[in-house]
Design a protein around this ligand. Sequence first.
Ligand code: SF4
Ligand code: MG
Length: 322
Amino acid sequence: RGLSKTFVVGKTIRPGSGRKLRAVEDVDLLVQRGETLGLVGESGSGKSTLGRCLTRLYDITAGELRFDGVDIAKAGSRALLPVRRRVQMIFQDPSASLNPRRRVRDILGEVLAVHRIRPRAEIGDRLGELMDLVGLRREYLDRYPHEFSGGQRQRIGIARALAVEPDLIVADEPVSALDVSVQAQVVNLFADLRERLGLTYVFIAHDLAVVRQVSTRVAVMYLGSIVEVGDTDAVYAAPMHPYTKALISAIPRPRAAGEPRRRILLEGEIPSPLDPPRGCKFSTRCPVAVDRCRAERPVLRPMPDGRSVACHLAPEATRAMG
Ligand code: SF4
Ligand code: MG
């Protein structure tokens, strides 16, 4: 609730002289147990920063972060220890978290030993189980990270996250670096693991087609704010925020012969988060903006179908966009 993350940039020796970059601003978001919440938006929208706040890899500037009802926004490293076990993060490039000089057996074994998840005598069995879970042969435990393909390395990254038996996984662009054919396999693995292990995901991606495939609900970010959040099918079928509508219109899809391409092209670049527009942050690019939009910042409001939209003109706003 009200979660914000501000970076001070261009800080000099003089205190208070830096400029504030509000990477995540006043975000209210609920992640329900067992769901996959997709988090989408262009690069620079703050979705990775929000992910790193959810896992407390970043300190949080303001607001609450409740995990099982306990506010951990300001928790110190000691209080965070049990949370770190239950919340794991997976990154686009798993290599960063896989020591190139160690075999997979040692990489995964170390995680099990540090967190004392299983008695020492069971570690060998557990390593085999982890490989089975992510669809890799047990013999591969004796290989080094560089001996794998990108997709296999991401499977090892997933095994590493699963080793601590987490409840929540925040995955930041976990398939973006992979070939399209491999992407589908890893996306299926995520879905399969959710069912088998009862996991909850926050799945961050700029690829809306991938997010549609994996998510039960979706949240759309623009310049550090959530502009629309709701059931994936409903949001994709009939977006209510003009920005969501433009994003979804850009997804390539098959068309009938002679059917025009209905892509909505937004004017202008994303404004700098150092100097966001007054009022609605999307007002400088919104095709249906009115005077009120430039004066007053919209907040997320519940819509009749249960989703929430931050737009003064919702749910009518997108009707005029074609
Ligand atoms: Fe567009 Fe106004 Fe809605 Fe913002 S509040 S998305 S500018 S119509
Ligand atoms: Mg990112």
